[in-house]
Design a protein around this ligand. Structure first.
Ligand code: E4P
Length: 217
């Protein structure tokens, strides 16, 4: 299972990368805006900065919603760095653009996926990744993990190579359950990753080992 971090915050990206378990980064316009980035040129520079920190797939999202615009923006993003994955929304022109990018060897991440049917279309178009947003489904009283399970079954039935990138992850249990269900990737906030470290018995056990180690001269 690959771990991506879902942020545009460079300090958090560095911290996760230093753990040695990071395989990539996902961003979106909201995450970029949260970092106070105010121009398209600055967004582009930020993508390159992220690529220079993490040796893995870095999702960069298009803003256009029409086919020509998505293709133009995606090609520009892909030229920024070999690690860039063009993130395209799950809309009709997005699917057409993913099909085009696939034919040109440009990797894609189909984002804003909330149903198995959408995930099936993304795979048919050749998306490298599909991003089901499990936390946002949970937020509206719909089981996000059930969607991961359905997509896994459909992709396995037909051998689709599109990787399931579980997104909108809120906490460590989401990561564990996605791993159990066979998601290929989880993109997580930093705290969800570091919360995987925690267990009170580890803390108690370490305290005792260190106390006993003091008995040695
Ligand atoms: C995925 O790529 C998105 O950036 C992200 O996971 C959305 O998560 P949110 O629901 O916490 O905004």
């Amino acid at each position: 299972m690959k771990f991506f971090i879902d942020t545009a915050n460079l300090a958090q990206i560095k911290e996760a990368n230093d753990l040695g378990v990071l395989d990539g980064v996902t961003t979106n316009p909201s995450l970029m805006a949260k970092e106070g980035i105010k121009s398209n040129a600055a967004v582009m520079k930020h993508y390159v900065d992220i690529c220079n920190i993490v040796k893995g797939d870095i999702s960069a999202e298009v803003i256009a919603t029409n086919y020509d615009g998505i293709v133009a923006e995606g090609e520009e993003l892909a030229k920024l760095h070999e690690q860039i994955i063009v993130k395209v929304p799950m809309i009709k022109d997005g699917i057409k653009a993913i099909h085009y990018f696939t034919s040109k060897g440009i990797k894609t991440n189909c984002t804003l996926v909330f149903s198995a049917g959408q995930a099936l279309l993304a795979a048919k178009a050749g998306a490298t990744y599909v991003s089901p947003f499990i936390g946002r489904l949970d937020d509206v009283s719909t089981d996000g993990l059930q969607l991961i399970s359905e997509i896994r079954q459909i992709y396995d039935n037909y051998g689709f190579q599109t990787q399931i990138l579980a997104a909108s992850i809120r906490h460590a249990m989401h990561i564990i359950n996605c791993a159990k269900l066979g998601a290929d990737v989880a993109t997580c906030p930093l705290n969800a990753i570091t919360d995987l470290l925690k267990h009170p018995l580890t803390d108690i056990g370490l305290e005792k080992f260190l106390a006993d180690a003091k008995k040695f001269v």
